[in-house]
Write a protein that binds this ligand. Structure first.
Ligand SMILES: CC(C)(COP(=O)(O)OP(=O)(O)OC[C@H]1O[C@@H](n2cnc3c(N)ncnc32)[C@H](O)[C@@H]1OP(=O)(O)O)[C@@H](O)C(=O)NCCC(=O)NCCS
Length: 163
């Protein structure tokens, strides 16, 4: 009997805390999701900062392929998502949701009050994910992102109340 797809997709990847040794793979994932990849060194430098933490989605088994990662920072009760990327091959399988869930569990355990993020107002996939989690827009930054395609695009600043 074939397992239901929801069950299969939930066991294929495990969500684990990010370590320094994950940064090269995280850089590759970042490059698959964004016009300018953060380098291995940039991600290592972020993760080395005390308030920064992250999670990887890692395929269980021998190959242990990474499916996505998230980096966040918590300072004095206020947190922000620094970046999140899921490999294009594994998108829309619940990994982004699970990575964000791991961040939220960590922040609630730490007693954080709110979580902020910035997102391009044309990034429909990310906006749908964040709205499903419960984020709402608090402000806009016009002409914020330079995607290399001419006109700069607007950033939405979104917040989730963790109280
Ligand atoms: C945004 C991103 C992280 C989402 O990750 P994902 O693993 O594909 O998302 P999930 O499968 O967990 O989706 C969870 C929910 O988000 C919404 N969603 C995600 N991708 C979507 C899409 N392409 N279109 C519409 N809704 C989408 C849906 O509500 C989805 O729930 P559902 O599948 O039950 O309908 C992924 O698209 C990505 O890495 N994009 C490139 C990098 C990026 O833009 N990062 C965010 C920068 S702010």
């Amino acid at each position: 009997m074939t397992a239901p797809s929801l069950f299969r997709r939930n066991v294929e990847f495990e969500i684990v805390p990010m370590r320094a040794s994950d940064c090269a793979e995280a850089s590759a994932l970042h490059g698959a999701g964004f016009a300018r990849a953060w380098t291995d060194g940039e991600i290592q430098a972020l993760l080395a900062q005390e308030p920064v933490f992250g999670f990887m989605a890692r395929q269980s088994g021998r190959r242990a392929q990474p499916g996505g990662f998230v980096l966040a920072r918590l300072v004095e009760g206020e947190a922000e998502i620094l970046t999140i990327a899921v490999h294009p091959r594994h998108q829309r399988a619940g990994i982004g949701w699970r990575l964000m869930g791991a961040v939220l569990r960590h922040l609630r355990a730490e007693g954080a009050a709110s979580l902020f993020l910035e997102v391009d107002d044309g990034n429909d996939a990310a906006l749908a994910l964040y709205r499903k989690i419960g984020f709402s827009k608090v402000s806009e930054r016009a002409a914020y992102y330079d995607n290399g395609g001419g006109a700069k695009t607007t950033a939405l600043v979104m917040r989730l109340d963790l109280g």
